[in-house]
Design a protein around this ligand. Structure first.
Ligand code: PHE
Length: 338
C-alpha cells in the first residue's frame, strides 16, 4: 500500500512534465480524483490495512489527496493561461494596492495657513461653534439692526444663541481670557443661512488672525498679509488693499491678490480685472478692545479673516465650492500627493 501511495504521489507531482498539454486538467481529474479514480481506489483498499498501519497510511492517503487537489488547481490555472507559479504561489508578490485615504484639500490648505503664520509667531486657538449674542455680535460692535442679526442670514438656535457666522467670536473669547500681547490665529467652521450654489455654501471654514500689543499699526498688518500672500500663492504675488467696512475694525479693508490663474492679465476667474479678493482685515475697533477690558489708549491691534474654501479654490483652480462637501472620491483622489 505504501509503495502504491508513493508511486501515485510521484506521478502526480511529475504530471505536467510528462504531459505539457494545457488541456490535461480534465484528464487528471478523471484519473486521480474522480469516484473511480486511482486515489479513491486506494481509499477503498484502506479497510484491508492492518490496524497498526492504519494511522500512518491514513495520513499518507490524505496527503496524497491534498497534493492531487493542489495539482488540479494549478492545471486549471494553466487552462486559463495564468501561470500559477508567478501569481498565486508567489509569496513575494506585493499585495494588491488598496485605496488609501488622503487629506481633504481643505485640511491641506488649513494646515498650510497655520504653518505659514506659525513661522512668524502666531499660534492657534479654537472656540465653540454654538455662540451667544455677546461673542458673536454685541462685543464685536455690531449695531442692533445689523443684517447678520437677522434670521435670514444666521441660523439661530434660540433668541440669543446661534451657530457662529464667523470665527471673530473666538477673538473676543481669547481677549477676554488671556493676557496681552496676543498673536493668534483662529481656524474653524462657520455657518450662514445662504442658498447653496457654486460660489456659496451654508457651511464653510475660516481662519482669522489677531495681533494686539502696544504700537501695532496698519503697516504691520499690511506686511504680515503680504508675507502670507507670497507664501501661499508664490513670491510673484502682489497684493492690494481696498477700503471696506466691518463693525469690529476701523479702518477696514479687503485684500485682493494678483490673479494666480492668469498672472494678472485678466481671465474669467478674476473677471478680467487681474485681481481676486481673498480676505477682510482692519485695525481692531477701540470699542471692541473696551468690550474685552483692554485699554485702547495703550493697546492697539489688527485682525484679519479669510475663507479656507476661497483660498483653496484659487490655489487649485476649483470652480465649485460644493465639490468640497460632496465626498466624491474622483475629486478627492486628485489631492493624494498634494
Ligand atoms: N469676520 C469677517 C467675516 O467673517 C472677516 C474679518 C475678520 C474681517 C477680521 C476683518 C477682520 O467676513
Amino acid at each position: 500500500m505504501k509503495e502504491k501511495i508513493e508511486k501515485l504521489k510521484s506521478e502526480i507531482e511529475n504530471y505536467l512534465e510528462n504531459n505539457d498539454s494545457k488541456s490535461k486538467a480534465e484528464e487528471f481529474k478523471q484519473r486521480f480524483l474522480s469516484k473511480k479514480g486511482e486515489i479513491q481506489a486506494l481509499f477503498n483498499d484502506f479497510k484491508t490495512v492492518s490496524p497498526e498501519e492504519k494511522k500512518e497510511i491514513g495520513q499518507r492517503l490524505n496527503m496524497l489527496k491534498l497534493a492531487a487537489m493542489e495539482k488540479m488547481k494549478s492545471l486549471e490555472l494553466l487552462n486559463t493561461n495564468v501561470k500559477a507559479d508567478d501569481t498565486i504561489n508567489d509569496m513575494t508578490r506585493n499585495v494588491d494596492t488598496c485605496n488609501h485615504g488622503s487629506k481633504h484639500p481643505l485640511s491641506l490648505v488649513r494646515s498650510e495657513i497655520i504653518d505659514i503664520f506659525s513661522r512668524i509667531g502666531f499660534s492657534t486657538a479654537e472656540g465653540p461653534e454654538i455662540e451667544d449674542d455677546w461673542h458673536l455680535f454685541t462685543a464685536l460692535n455690531f449695531p442692533p439692526e445689523h443684517p447678520a442679526r437677522d434670521m435670514q442670514d444666521t441660523f439661530f438656535i434660540d433668541k440669543d444663541i446661534a451657530l457662529r457666522t464667523h470665527t471673530s467670536s473666538v477673538q473676543i473669547r481669547y481677549m477676554e481670557e488671556n493676557p496681552l500681547p496676543i498673536r493668534k490665529i483662529f481656524p474653524g467652521r462657520v455657518f450662514r443661512n445662504e442658498a447653496i450654489s457654486a460660489r456659496a455654501h451654508c457651511i464653510f471654514h475660516q481662519v482669522e488672525g489677531l495681533y494686539i500689543d502696544k504700537h501695532v499699526s496698519f503697516k504691520d498688518l499690511k506686511q504680515v498679509l503680504m508675507y502670507f500672500a507670497e507664501e501661499m500663492f508664490g513670491h510673484d504675488t502682489k497684493i492690494r488693499l481696498r477700503p471696506s467696512y466691518f463693525p469690529f475694525t476701523e479702518p477696514s479693508a479687503e485684500m485682493d491678490i494678483s490673479c494666480n490663474i492668469c498672472g494678472g492679465k485678466g481671465c474669467n476667474i478674476c473677471k478680467g480685472s487681474g485681481w481676486v479678493e481673498i480676505l477682510g482685515c482692519g485695525m481692531v475697533d477701540p470699542n471692541v478692545l473696551k468690550n474685552c477690558n483692554i485699554d485702547p489708549n495703550v493697546y492697539s491691534g489688527y485682525a484679519f479673516g479669510m475663507g479656507v474654501e476661497r483660498i483653496t479654490m484659487l490655489k487649485y483652480n476649483i470652480n465649485d465650492i460644493r465639490l468640497f462637501f460632496d465626498d466624491d472620491s474622483r475629486f478627492l483622489k486628485q489631492f493624494e500627493n498634494a
